[in-house]
Design a protein around this ligand. Sequence first.
Ligand code: MG
Length: 165
Amino acid sequence: MSENHIHDMKDICVELLTERGVTLRDIAELVLFLQEQYVPNLTVDICLQNVERVLAKREVQNAIITGIQLDKLAEKKALDNPLLDILRNDEGLYGVDEIVALSIVNIYGSIGFTNYGYIDKVKPGILAKLNDKGTGECHTFLDDIVGAIAASASSRLAHSLAHLE
Ligand code: MG
C-alpha cells in the first residue's frame, strides 16, 4: 500500500467526520477536558496535534470508515432488521459500537481505557450533541469512535509528556 493511499485515508476520515458534524477541534476540546487538570498550560492546539497523530493510524481510520458507514446506512434505513432497529435505537446491549471504539483505544494502552470509560460516562461537548436522540440522525458508532479518539489522543499526550520529564 502506498504512502499516498494512507494519506488519502486520513483526509477521507476528516471529511467523513466533518460531514457527520464532528470537527477535529471538537475532538481536541474533549482532549482538553480530559487533560487540563493534569497538564499545566495545555492549549487546544497541542490537543489538536495529538488528535491529528491518532487519526494517522490505520486502525483508527478503519474504525472511522466502518462505523460511520453503518451509521449512515441506518439513518437512510438501508440495513435489514434486526440490525436496522438496533442501530436506530442505539440499543444498550448491542455493544459492537463499543468494540469498534476499543480497537482504537487498544493501541494506546491503559490510560486510554480509563479516559474512554470516563468520557463515555460524562459525555462532554460534542458527545452530548451526538447522543441527542431527538435529531433523527444516527450516531450509534460515531459517539464511541469520537470518545475513543479523544481518549487515545489524551493518552498519547500523557505519554509524550512523561518522556519529556
Ligand atoms: Mg454508541
